[in-house]
Design a protein around this ligand. Structure first.
Ligand code: ADP
Length: 190
């Protein structure tokens, strides 16, 4: 299997690039943010719970997120591989993902990280707020909170993959095509 963790701060372009990578490599795309938003718009129990955190720019608790992600992986027994987008966002989530994939006789191939300066992120999220309809994009204070949570809790997840020699940093500034090319140059080696 080719199992990729696509990593990067809010607004780094994970969703956009995932769309391109799933076509090229025939992978299943699992975006925890998209799954939470789907549940929020359908007003499920999970959606109601997640909303309390998401609309404040906080992380949904690990236990809830890990259980949801595991269930999603189980829905795709025939998958050739996965792109995990927005997961893992904490070290416990990273450890849980290793256990989950090991249980399938597989593992994480690599973490590919889109690297974008904070100033550029704030501009992109402001732009996205005009069309996304996302409450967590609309308020600069909530955007700042997401960036702060990223720096405190999510950025350290990189060390988890560095320690396994699986970390690949990619310059996330440039045209969408350029960034796709940088990603595929790395991924094609696996
Ligand atoms: P972005 O990367 O643009 O902030 P996402 O769509 O990936 O947006 O996630 C939106 C929100 O969903 C996050 O701010 C967080 O509240 C919640 N979320 C998504 N993935 C996770 C996760 N792995 N663990 C905890 N919360 C998550």
């Amino acid at each position: 299997m080719l199992n990729l963790v696509l990593f990067g701060p809010p607004g780094a372009g994970k969703g956009t690039q995932s769309e391109r990578l799933i076509d090229r490599y025939s992978l299943v795309h699992l975006s925890t943010g998209d799954i939470f938003r789907y549940n929020m718009s359908n007003d499920t129990e999970l959606g109601k719970l997640a909303k309390e955190y998401i609309n404040k720019g906080q992380l949904v608790p690990d236990e809830v997120t890990i259980n949801m992600l595991s269930a999603e992986v189980e829905k795709h027994p025939e998958a050739k591989g996965f792109i995990f987008d927005g997961f893992p966002r904490t070290k416990p989530q990273a450890a849980a993902l290793d256990t989950l994939m090991e249980g399938k006789g597989s593992g994480i191939t690599a973490m590919v990280a889109l690297e974008v300066p904070e100033e550029e992120l704030r501009n992109r999220l402001k732009e996205r707020a005009l069309s996304s309809g996302r409450a967590d994009d609309a308020d600069p204070a909530i955007i700042q909170n997401r960036i702060d949570v990223y720096n405190a809790e999510t950025a350290p997840v990189k060390d988890f993959y560095i320690a396994q020699d699986k970390f690949y940093g990619i310059d996330g500034v440039g045209s969408i095509d350029d960034i796709t090319n940088r990603l595929t140059t790395v991924i094609d080696q696996f």
